[in-house]
Design a protein around this ligand. Structure first.
Ligand code: PRP
Length: 206
């Protein structure tokens, strides 16, 4: 059996559809219920529904052999896993955004609101700007509106959230998409199966 951690939600459904078309379908699969494990003896696969931010944890610890996780989470948490393929789904961009009339007052540290503390710290370290990080868990766009932060570091997909809150992008940090990752030991011991999965996925993507 190959154990696959899927990110719960819309992306997980899309990834499952790709995997199913690559020969890894699961007859009992149902993403609308509360069941978290689905196995199919015939396809030799077990799926686990995992919170997107936790996929890499399951893979790193070997509870799942492979998993699908966003590049945003890989950059933020730097898990000890192999990144095997870009699935070309869940595309968006990690950005710096702020109010349209924002200007950088370099006489003081920049207040940065974000869910992605390490991404923000790494980015501003590289460009040599002192910051004060304000860690939030969601609705990040509210922070500059209320004057709690100067900028945000956050994911932009369609740009609708920024637009509706009168914010704009000032810098793109990196592009994001869903990546297939593997546990390092599983990659050694289930190498044939994992390679077959990667090949079947790249075939199915065409
Ligand atoms: C994400 C992100 C932005 C929004 C971007 O939030 O943090 O707020 O999506 O998408 P858009 O460019 O298409 O508008 P999410 O929906 O995950 O909710 P959150 O605010 O709770 O983080």
């Amino acid at each position: 059996m190959i154990n696959i951690a899927l990110p719960k939600g819309r992306l997980g459904d899309k990834v499952y559809a790709l995997l199913a078309s690559a020969g890894y379908s699961c007859s009992s699969y149902d993403s609308s219920g509360r069941k978290l494990v689905f196995s199919d003896q015939q396809s030799g696969v077990s799926y686990f529904w995992v919170k997107p931010a936790d996929v890499a944890v399951y893979v790193e610890r070997g509870a799942a052999d492979v998993g699908v996780v966003g590049k945003d989470i890989l950059e933020e948490t730097a898990p000890d896993v192999y990144e095997l393929a870009d699935l070309g789904m869940g595309k968006c961009t990690m950005c710096v955004a702020a109010a349209a009339d924002w200007y950088d007052d370099t006489s003081r540290p920049l207040r940065v609101a974000t869910k992605f503390v390490n991404v923000a710290k790494n980015y501003y370290r590289e460009i040599g700007r002192d910051i004060e990080v304000i860690k939030l868990n969601g609705s990040i766009e509210l922070a500059p509106i209320l004057g709690m932060s100067d900028v945000i570091v956050d994911i932009v997909e369609t740009g609708t959230t920024l637009k509706e809150n009168d914010l704009k992008v000032y810098a793109s940090i990196f592009p994001i998409s869903a990546r297939l990752v593997a546990n390092k030991a599983a990659f050694k011991f289930k190498n044939g199966q994992i390679k077959k999965l990667v090949d079947s996925l790249s075939e199915a993507k065409r």
